[in-house]
Design a protein around this ligand. Structure first.
Ligand code: GLP
Length: 233
């Protein structure tokens, strides 16, 4: 695990963008992408660059169950606004929050991942150490599934909604097993509220109580944190 401490999240986003560019120069065709506030600076660098993404495929980590693609809170909407509307990709995949049959949807998404093996996966980090929506206690060997969100995640994500009650209680999430299949991983985390999770991920035991700690076992993981998120290392 390579750890880069950046002065702030703008510098971190630029670094992440440069790593993406480097992988694309080396032939990467499929990017695994993430939502949340963390990757926003990286998306700004992607959007403002002259890099052509029109031959690229993206596979997103997760989506809220019950959220329509055009719902402002949906992760599909987030991706359109922050990246795809400005930098078109050849193909973009996000789980379908409105899928009628969760089992069929998770099967479909696992086939998407199998058909489009991820060259570089971008991850954020939950305050409780989650990656995607793989909350503490998640097994390390599962693929995409429908998962309940913990109270702590509902509370953390309430900032994007009018009321905490509006935060969906379930999501479709790539499993940790699917995430670990990607060739390379970049994980970003910013702010003091992530400092405990960052410490657990890098210095703690590998345990599913801190799902991100599993990344210690994978080659080719780059962690980019700001000084606040690195403050407990
Ligand atoms: C959310 C998402 C994750 C994200 C994390 C951190 O719940 N499912 O993919 O990485 O929480 O979010 P943020 O970047 O807004 O802190």
């Amino acid at each position: 695990m390579k750890v880069i401490v950046a002065n702030n999240n703008d510098v971190a986003g630029k670094k992440a963008f440069e790593l993406i560019k480097e992988e694309m120069d080396n032939g990467a065709k499929v990017l695994g992408l993430a939502t949340g506030s963390t990757p926003v600076s990286m998306y700004k660098y992607m959007v403002n660059s002259d890099v052509d993404f029109s031959g690229m495929t993206s596979v997103n980590l997760d989506e809220y169950v019950g959220c329509a693609p055009d719902d402002e809170q949906s992760y599909r909407h987030f991706m359109q606004v922050n990246l795809f509307d400005k930098k078109p990709f050849a193909k973009t995949f996000v789980p379908d929050g409105l899928a009628k049959d969760p089992e069929e949807e998770t099967k479909r998404y696992n086939k998407v991942i199998a058909d489009n093996p991820i060259d570089l996966q971008v991850l954020g980090l939950g305050r409780n150490g989650h990656i995607g929506f793989n909350e503490p206690g998640s097994p390390f060997d599962v693929e995409t599934r429908k998962v309940p969100l913990t109270e702590s995640t509902i509370e953390a994500n309430a900032r994007f909604f009018d009321n905490e009650e509006d935060v969906p209680k379930f999501a479709y999430s790539m499993g940790i097993g699917s995430i670990l299949k990607s060739k390379k991983i970049i994980l970003m985390a910013f702010g003091t509220e992530k400092a405990d999770a960052v410490k657990g991920m890098i210095e703690g035991p590998v345990t599913n109580e801190c799902p991100a700690s599993v990344l210690q076992q994978k080659d080719d993981v780059t962690v980019i944190v700001d000084t606040d998120a690195a403050s407990k290392l």
